[in-house]
Design a protein around this ligand. Structure first.
Ligand code: AMP
Length: 538
């Protein structure tokens, strides 16, 4: 569908044409007619789908049709979860409203209040805000919601994930009760949280727009899986990154600590990657994203929490260093490439730790992902020193040696994990860390008392070192549990072990584990196939 078909004013249409938009994206095609007709809308949409233009064009149309307010108070409010998204929306707004007067301001935390307050004093039509700062300004009476005619909640599911639900409910509750208002809600997933919010603050019976989860985007991405053992992951990643075709890439890990380790290892091997996790300060995050956009930064290692909502055009490759646990995240991740009609490539390393996530992902995207073989001889070697997960290990062992600016220096008061100087104010504004429970690291003292079990080249414990560990006099003895005190599955397994051999062989694994036999069979099959593939390769 072409934009000309829509009932847009010529000056708005001109902005759309100047932005290079010819045809509507699926979400635009389905929701713009409803939104432009003034309906409340709930749209299932991902970043990269073109949803920003849906609410911006609706805001432009509605505000230009009505009498301009002379109070200078904002008439449209867009709530977004992050600062980057706020600036992206403002960038799109500036691009699209080139041919008519329109005042917009982004309101987010981590920066001085002055500039934002000044904008309100001069008068604004649209406020794009993150919840925290928005509430501060509202409570200090700097920002008025009295004239809001259009209320947009963007990336609602992410707002819930980030714990903003009470803030959104508070803001929605402050909207003028008697004036008519159009509310639009955009979310990658429509769950009970979203539905509850909609039923409380939207007109009854809002239009529901559901687009197949990123199918359109996913279909334009060349996706490959590569089977690797855990040890081969880094060499395989570097082999892919070395390929000339990889211009700008995002590498995803499931955990923050893996991202940090990988960023360090890549840098030590001569691959200048930046790391984006939930621990990175707003200021540094902004710098990294700007660097990616301008092309100064070409490699980014990120976790899901840090990368959701990232909107960077020109990413040629997405590499899943770890296969995500959640199939929907696979789609979010690979959707960072092939944006705005361009093509892109997504590689997923399938290792023994995450191979069981693959069937779920393939089911979700409704297709099998093709397998790519890379010969062992082609693989780049990891020449970096051992990475230490202990505190301060990375700076001591590499960055300092390499003379990196992020390395520790005497006299500095505090450092963020990624090496940048961090004021107490910034530290307070830093986003909450991801809800991942870090594996406890043994203290040096404990390490001395309990020396690590020696492992062979394949990563297996050496039998002699295990025997030594078992017979150490200071090793605390584990009490054998009393009969009958086991959990049911353990008890069943013990009974099975004591039963005559024929009974053991007839005891199905599924029954012992309490799992559905079909699931056990399927999982056994996946693991067998994985090891077959790995063995075939070596
Ligand atoms: P969004 O999902 O709103 O973050 O948009 C993703 C990207 O697609 C942005 O760079 C937009 O400028 C671009 N875009 C939005 N709508 C269209 C369209 N109809 N044609 C081409 N590009 C578009």
């Amino acid at each position: 569908m072409k934009f000309e078909i829509l009932d847009l004013k010529p000056e708005i249409l001109k902005g759309v044409q100047d932005a290079g938009f010819e045809h509507c994206t699926p979400i635009q095609e389905q929701s713009l007619p409803e939104c432009l007709a003034g309906k409340d809308v709930i749209a299932q949409s991902q970043t990269g789908s073109g949803k920003t233009a849906v609410f911006l064009l609706t805001i432009f149309s509605r505000l230009s049709a009505a009498q301009p307010g002379d109070s200078g108070k904002p008439r449209a409010l867009v709530m977004v979860p992050t600062r980057e998204l706020a600036t992206q929306v403002i960038d799109d707004c500036v691009k699209l409203c080139k041919h008519f007067p329109f005042r917009s301001v982004a309101v987010y935390g981590g920066v001085e209040y002055d500039k934002q307050i000044k904008a309100f004093k001069q008068g604004v039509d649209l406020v794009v805000a993150t919840p925290g700062r928005m509430i501060d300004l509202y409570k200090s009476r700097t920002l008025s919601l009295d004239n809001i005619e259009i209320f947009v909640i963007d990336e609602a599911d992410r707002m819930f994930d980030m714990g903003f639900a009470p803030d959104i409910i508070y803001i929605a509750g402050q909207m003028p009760k008697k004036k008519p208002r159009q509310t639009m809600l955009f979310s990658a997933t429509i769950d009970d949280n979203v539905r509850n919010l909609a039923s409380r603050y939207m007109k009854p019976d809002p239009a529901m727009i559901e687009i197949e989860p990123d199918q359109v985007t996913v279909n334009t991405i060349d996706q490959k899986v590569i089977y690797v053992s855990n040890e081969e992951k880094l060499p395989m990643l570097m082999t892919l990154l070395k390929r000339g075709e990889v211009e700008r890439s995002i590498i995803f890990t499931n955990m923050k600590r893996t991202a940090e380790m990988l960023g360090w290892k890549l840098a030590a091997n001569g691959y200048p990657a930046k790391v984006l996790t939930g621990d990175v300060t707003q200021e540094r995050r902004h710098k990294i994203i700007e660097g990616m956009k301008s092309g100064n930064i070409k490699m980014l290692v990120a976790t899901d929490v840090a990368a959701r909502g990232l909107h960077i055009d020109g990413i040629t490759h997405v590499i899943n260093y770890d296969l995500p646990e959640d199939a929907a995240n696979y789609v979010h991740r690979i959707g960072r490439t092939a944006r705005a009609g361009k093509s892109g490539k997504a590689y997923s390393l399938v290792c023994e730790d995450h191979v069981l996530n693959l069937p779920e992902i393939e089911k979700y995207i409704e297709r099998k992902i093709e397998n790519e073989w890379i010969e062992t001889s082609e693989m780049v070697k990891d020449t970096a020193p051992e990475y230490s997960y202990g505190r301060g290990g990375r700076e001591k062992s590499f960055e300092r040696k390499a003379g990196k600016p992020g390395g520790p220096e005497r006299g500095r008061k505090s450092f963020s994990r990624d090496g940048s100087k961090d004021s107490p104010k910034e530290r307070a504004a830093r986003p909450k860390p991801e809800m991942k429970v870090a594996k406890p690291q043994p203290s040096d003292q404990r390490k001395r008392r309990f020396p690590a079990v020696e492992k062979d080249a394949g990563g297996h414990a050496k039998p002699e070192s295990l025997a030594q560990e078992r017979t150490r006099p200071d090793r605390p003895r584990r009490e054998r549990p009393k009969p009958g005190s086991h959990r049911p599955v353990q008890r069943k397994m013990e009974e099975a072990a004591q039963a005559p051999p024929s009974a053991v062989t007839h005891q199905p694994a599924a029954e012992l584990s309490g799992m559905d036999p079909k699931d056990v069979k399927e999982k056994e099959g996946i693991v067998k196939r994985f090891f077959k593939k790995i063995l075939k390769k070596s």
